[in-house]
Design a protein around this ligand. Sequence first.
Ligand code: PHE
Length: 387
Amino acid sequence: MALAEFLAELDQLQADAQGAFQAAGDAESLEAARIEFLGAKSGRLKAVQKGLGAIGKDDKPAAGKHFNEVKQAIDAAFEAAIARIVPFHAEGRTVSSGAAALSVAKSMQARGTSQSSGQGTLTVDPTLPGWVKNSPNGARLENKLRLGHLHPITQTIEDLKEIMGRLGFTVAEGPEIEDERHNFEALNIPAEHPARDPLENFYLSTAQALAKSAGHVTIAGEPPLLLRSQTSTVQIRVMETTPPPVRIISLGRVYRPDTADATHYPMFHQIEGLLVDRQVTMADLKSVLRLFASSFFGGDVHIRFRPSFFPFTEPSVEVDMSWNDRWIEMGGAGMVDPHVLKAVGYDPEEVTGFAFGLGVERVCARRHQVTDIREFYKNDVRFLEQF
Ligand code: PHE
């Protein structure tokens, strides 16, 4: 056989074997790949090795050398697959390296266990509890592996999505770094409005200026950017790209330079809701909020509207919910202002809509009777473990 042909055959074999070992997802498929490529009797490596005899004397050293390289590469791929699939010996002894894993596999093979499927093969029982044997300094810690859980704010977000999903609202996402059009202008917040005061917002201009002076590429005349101060930005982003009707919620972080206290933090989460369709009224808004509050808090929660002002809703209200005989302020809401509908190309004669924005920390704190929202961000596990 010509040398070139032999070498090509070896390369093909290596590629096939590596592919098969990488693709193996469990002990069975790994074992099948091992037999196919490394099987002692009729494995493909063995078959190619036989071809070595037919190579001319002068080419033998080169052929032999490449054969050994390919064999090593295939062995390594097999070892890596074992280390990935068989992290533990069947008796629970930790297998620390690929080589050890290989010997485990080999010893199990020698005992004939790997040929049988099911029990005794190279499998891990994922239903067994995890075990932590030792602390880093060697002292015995505890037996049970400690399971974590989702942060209470994340749990609340998941619950809110689930409840609003049942009312037909899908989830929309928006960026946390916003331009002034989406954070203010399209929301009918004019340039002189106090909410646009640089001291009331986290503008990125310092960061933008620094990037420019550091020679990073910036677009000339780039509009100022800021960390969004409200999730109402997503109302605009959704309406800009979707013709009515729309029915969405958006949950995420918002940023305001507030001094942290029991009810304020410079970063917090909001849930925004938006429904635009024909003949939507305040009654729909109140019904949705009431259904939502009853589902979240349980029981018959009442909703109270107090007159308020937001530039992007008309009329605007503050939303209170009754809870243990008290009224709790939950956020703002109202009918989408016709100016906003126009700004996104909707016809205010054709469709109307409502929007609301509630504080996620507030509903979460209320539900769990947490009195200081700063606790949510300290990441003290003694606090977080309770939820
Ligand atoms: N975006 C308002 C805020 O952050 C809340 C709001 C949302 C009010 C939607 C009305 C409609 O205070």
